[in-house]
Write a protein that binds this ligand. Structure first.
Ligand code: DQA
Length: 145
């Protein structure tokens, strides 16, 4: 059985209530539920992790080196634009990943256009809302098979 780790960064625990005009009305629980349903169908083990703290995300990525994780989906949220530490953690463990954003970061403020992750990622999905997670899951599932 292949293992997929889904990581969500800061403020994504507030989805559904957070700027719904940008991020929609679905909660993080809704997103994880839909991924769990897909994981059942595709016979993939799913790990789910959300944190508002940079060091916790770094540590969870380190753990992935030893817990059987084959692939990572990550929405680094605001850390997308700031975190060399999380970028370095992904490079350290050398586990392939897809970067996901609910909103189109290229259509927003200039500071959101730069990502510390995109040049390391297998792929990047932005602007498709919660559907982006499902599409990333399907791509990851294919890559793991
Ligand atoms: C986000 C985009 C980031 O710029 C922002 O800081 C987030 C969410 C997205 O999913 O659209 O928190 O990653």
């Amino acid at each position: 059985m292949r293992t997929l780790l889904v990581i969500n960064g800061p403020n994504l625990n507030m989805l559904g209530r957070r700027e719904p005009e940008i991020y929609g009305r679905q909660t993080l629980e809704d997103i994880i539920e839909s991924l769990e349903a897909l994981a059942d169908i595709h016979n993939i083990r799913l790990f789910n992790f959300q944190s508002n703290a940079e060091h916790e995300i770094v540590e969870r990525i380190h753990q992935a080196m030893d817990d059987g994780t084959d692939y990572i989906l990550i929405n680094p949220a605001a850390f997308t634009h700031t975190s060399v530490a999380i970028r370095d953690a992904l490079a350290t463990v050398s586990i392939p990943f897809i970067e996901v954003h609910l909103s189109n970061i290229h259509k927003r403020e200039d500071f959101r256009a730069h990502s510390y992750f995109s040049d390391l990622a297998d792929g990047v999905i932005a602007g498709l809302g919660t559907k982006g997670y499902e599409l990333a899951f399907l791509a990851a599932s294919e890559k793991m098979s």
